[in-house]
Design a binder for this molecule. Structure first.
Ligand SMILES: Cc1ncc(C[n+]2csc(CCOP(=O)(O)OP(=O)(O)O)c2C)c(N)n1
Ligand SMILES: [Mg+2]
Length: 377
């Protein structure tokens, strides 16, 4: 993994004594029982393709996303942060799998549901939460909020409230990488709904004819708001659209972090080798909806989906491969909980709101607020 790794005061997972055999939670046991037998050997072989430390760090980032989302839900419900943050829980394997194979100086572009991408690509929790809370210490000085999270310092070119709006941005960034002969690549995240936006077609076509170093990662969470993907695509999938642009198209299990990593890793290598873009469709599911009207959390469907929870699944894989023991995984979970508490204290108790005079700063380049309104700097 190339992203900066948060330093833990405890020993690294790989430095610990040999793990005991997995002590599975009831949920994880269920997940394991439901996994198709045919999938098991390949799961464990793939697990060995990452180091123990990489596995631990990926798990840490998945927990960071999950716990951050739970906290954001709570804070928004209690009116401690404003707006309507769009949550990502359930899709952690996509953001973390894809970003785990990125280099630190590669770029991502994100969606209206961008917390997971931000965290997976190495964004800092404290300044991120400060951003959601509209504080001056936020990554965009409190002007972006949840839906317009951006952090060029970690290569995150930004989330957007315009569905599909980030796809042309990714193509522009990839064009810059190619014209300036840099080795960087771009990963562009978007949803199944965005794949029906005109910008998707124009962007994929341009990226294809120019052989740009970009990987389009479609997170097919099976709903666009409350509209089922089954009704939005006659072909039954999204990746096969790649054929019409003359580029590679692949699908992968978006609940399985190592499958996503492998699919995106192969696509990134193609991009870096000058072979152009790939469309990767990661089939996944998010646990909470916009208004959550389409998904009954107590239904059989919910039970079945949660039995393949991406975090539980990864814990099983890591334990079976003797990479991260259940005890170490619990430690990681606890450390993340402490990070989240520290972020809440920082963002909500220690960070002031920006001064009113800051309102127009960074909004129009080269213009500042003068006595007669906007004037040239
Ligand atoms: C251009 C545009 N059209 C419509 C909307 C309203 N809208 C917000 S979220 C959403 C669904 C997006 O679905 P998808 O791309 O699958 O992302 P998901 O919410 O499932 O992550 C829509 C239509 C919008 N924000 N932008
Ligand atoms: Mg969707």
């Amino acid at each position: 993994m190339s992203n900066p790794v948060a330093k833990s005061k405890r020993k690294s997972a790989s430095a610990r004594p040999k793990p005991r055999k997995e002590k599975l939670s009831p949920l994880a046991k269920k997940a394991k029982a439901r996994m198709p037998r045919s999938a098991l050997p390949s799961l464990f072989v793939r697990a060995l393709e990452i180091t123990n430390d990489e596995g631990a760090e990926m798990l840490r980032r998945m927990y960071r996303i999950r716990r951050f989302e739970e906290k954001v839900f709570e804070l928004a419900r209690d009116g401690r942060i404003s707006g309507n943050p769009q949550l990502y829980s359930g899709q952690e394997a996509v953001a973390v799998g894809a970003c785990s194979i990125l280099r630190e100086d590669d770029f991502i572009t994100s969606t209206h549901r961008g917390h997971g991408h931000f965290i997976a690509h190495g964004g800092v929790l404290k300044t991120m939460l400060a951003e959601l809370a509209g504080r001056a210490a936020g990554t965009s000085r409190g002007k972006g909020g949840s839906m317009h999270l951006a952090d060029p310092r970690s290569g995150n070119l930004g989330a957007t409230g315009i569905v599909g709006g980030n796809i042309p941005v990714a193509v522009g960034a990839a064009l810059a990488c190619k014209l300036e002969k840099r080795e960087q690549a771009v990963v562009c995240f978007f949803g199944d709904g965005a794949a029906n936006n005109g910008a998707f077609h124009e962007s994929l076509n341009l990226a294809a004819i120019w052989d740009l170093p970009v990987v389009f990662v479609c997170e097919n969470n099976q709903f666009a708001m409350s509209f089922p993907a089954k009704k939005g695509f006659k072909s039954g999938n999204i990746f096969s659209r790649a054929q019409s642009y003359g580029i590679e198209g692949v699908t992968c299990d978006g609940m399985h972090v190592l499958e996503v990593r492998e699919a995106v890793g192969t696509a990134l290598q193609r991009a870096r080798d000058g072979k152009g873009p790939t469309l990767v469709e990661a089939v996944t599911f998010r646990y909470s909806g916009n208004k959550n009207t389409y998904f009954d959390q107590n239904s059989e469907q919910a039970e079945a989906l949660k039995a393949r929870d991406p975090i539980d699944l990864f814990r099983i894989i890591l334990a079976e491969a003797d990479a991260v023991s259940p005890e170490s995984a619990d430690d990681i979970e606890e450390e993340v909980a402490a990070e989240i508490s520290a972020a809440v204290t920082f963002a909500l108790e220690q960070s002031p709101y920006p001064n009113v005079s800051e309102v127009l700063r960074d909004v129009y380049k080269g213009w500042i607020e003068g006595p007669l309104g906007l004037t040239k700097e």
